[in-house]
Ligand binder design. Structure first.
Ligand SMILES: Nc1ncnc2c1ncn2[C@@H]1O[C@H](COP(=O)(O)OP(=O)(O)OP(=O)(O)O)[C@@H](O)[C@H]1O
Length: 405
């Protein structure tokens, strides 16, 4: 999505982009794909409170970084130093290879989307006007700004015909948050700062907003700093998570799976808490090597053969696959086959005793999806597929082994 002919497009500073600026590479001196760089940044408030101490961190293009930590550890201060709502007392902030400490603050902010809790909408302007505010400030024609606002409202799941002329007070909390996100995205800024953007809504709405925001982010690939109190939200949304302790001290900066599997300090261990194992479910992929591989049969196999084959397996059941395509058709319990075989049904076939699987899961999913599907059904096993191809079964033991690794 770009602002194309609609009006002047904003890069981070409202200036020429580095790609077309021959001086920029000289001036930059940093890796090209680092979009945000905090270099020894500190903030001491006039009353002596040290909110952030000597913070250095780099954020790559398209990354979503979740900032987490206990209340008062400096998360909001860090965020606001990036768009200079707060001035650092030491160090420098770089955006797209430029030190913005002395940049024009108005232009800087217009090039950075900012979403705060409860949307931060202007109450006396309708939704469409709220969303088109920044494009209008950037000089877009009214018609183009309006078209852009409608496009964004669609993107965040609020049909503009229904919601465009409502006022913020006529929206639910979740809808206000969506408008807040649409507004921050309106001028297509490369960087988004989000301060507890989904903090003011109930858990169910919050989860939906997270899922939708992840979808939008996958599409738009913004560089995002996202402050949250909620570690689960950080794990779900963050490409990397920065954990801070009081005084804005960066304790660990790592991908969610690494953070949960290998916390860098006692502080991080305490912060992650005893739910660490459960949280790891959402970031651990299903690994084919971990799956159980029970005996497989086909519907045409004779029951005497099948009963013997299952006796050689420690499990009391086998998986039935289509003989030609290999797609899973269901399962058979060993006891039923043995019984049928004893009752003189030697001519019977596995297909006569086939029981359907209740569910299946794709191997591209996480253990969390697999495990929760498993918990929602009667059977203690769940076939794992790659498209139609059968790979093995997920069981509680598989989950345990994967998380203990
Ligand atoms: N204007 C100010 N003057 C003095 N101290 C301040 C000021 N603003 C914030 N602080 C202090 O700076 C520290 C960091 O505050 P900040 O709001 O950045 O923390 P936070 O991690 O975002 O907190 P929370 O999660 O509760 O929102 C806190 O101790 C806070 O009291």
């Amino acid at each position: 999505m770009s602002s194309d002919e609609s009006g002047p497009s904003a890069d981070l500073l409202g200036t020429r982009s580095r790609a077309t600026d021959p001086d920029a590479t000289v001036e930059a001196g940093v890796e090209r794909d680092i979009v945000i760089r905090l270099d020894g940044v500190g903030k001491r408030y006039p009353d002596g409170t040290e909110a952030v101490r000597d913070l250095t961190m780099e954020v790559h293009r398209g990354e979503l970084i979740a900032l987490v930590g206990p209340s008062g550890c400096g998360k909001s201060t860090i965020l606001r130093m990036v768009n200079r709502l707060i001035e650092p007392t030491s160090g420098s902030v770089w955006l797209d290879g430029r030190d913005v400490t002395h940049a024009d603050v108005v232009q800087l902010r217009r090039g950075i989307g900012y979403v705060i809790q409860a949307g931060g909408l202007l109450p006396h302007q309708d939704v469409r006007t709220n969303v088109s505010t920044v494009p209008r400030l950037l000089g877009w024609e009214a018609k183009n700004a309006r078209r852009r606002a409608d496009e964004l409202l669609d993107l965040v799941g609020l049909p503009p015909g229904q919601f465009g002329s409502r006022y913020p007070g006529e929206l639910s909390g979740g809808q206000q948050q969506r408008v807040g996100v649409a507004r921050a995205l309106a001028a297509d800024p490369p960087v988004l700062l989000m301060d507890e953007p989904f903090g003011a809504v109930d858990p169910l709405v919050r989860e939906r907003l997270q899922t939708e925001f992840r979808r939008i982010q996958n599409e738009l690939q913004k560089t995002v700093l996202f402050v949250t109190h909620d570690l689960d939200e950080a794990v779900r949304l963050g490409d990397r998570i920065a954990v801070f302790s009081t005084g804005g001290v960066l304790e660990q900066f790592a991908a969610p799976d690494e953070l949960l599997a290998d916390p860098a300090s006692d502080f991080v261990v305490r912060f992650i808490g005893s739910d660490r194992g459960l949280r790891r479910l959402s970031v651990t992929p299903i690994r084919v090597d971990d799956l159980e591989k029970p005996t497989t049969l086909t519907p045409g196999d004779g029951i005497a053969y099948a009963a013997t084959a299952l006796e050689l397996d420690s499990r009391s059941w086998g998986v039935v696959l289509d003989a030609t395509s290999g797609t899973p058709l269901g399962w058979v319990p060993r006891g039923v086959l043995t019984q049928a075989s004893r009752n003189g049904g030697q001519d019977g076939r596995v297909g006569d005793h086939l029981q359907p699987f209740e569910n299946s899961v794709q191997s591209s999913e996480t253990l969390r999806t697999g495990f929760s599907t498993l918990l929602a059904q009667e059977q203690r096993f769940l076939p794992v597929l790659d498209g139609d191809r059968y790979l093995g079964v997920l069981t509680p033991d598989v989950v345990h082994t994967a998380l203990r690794r």
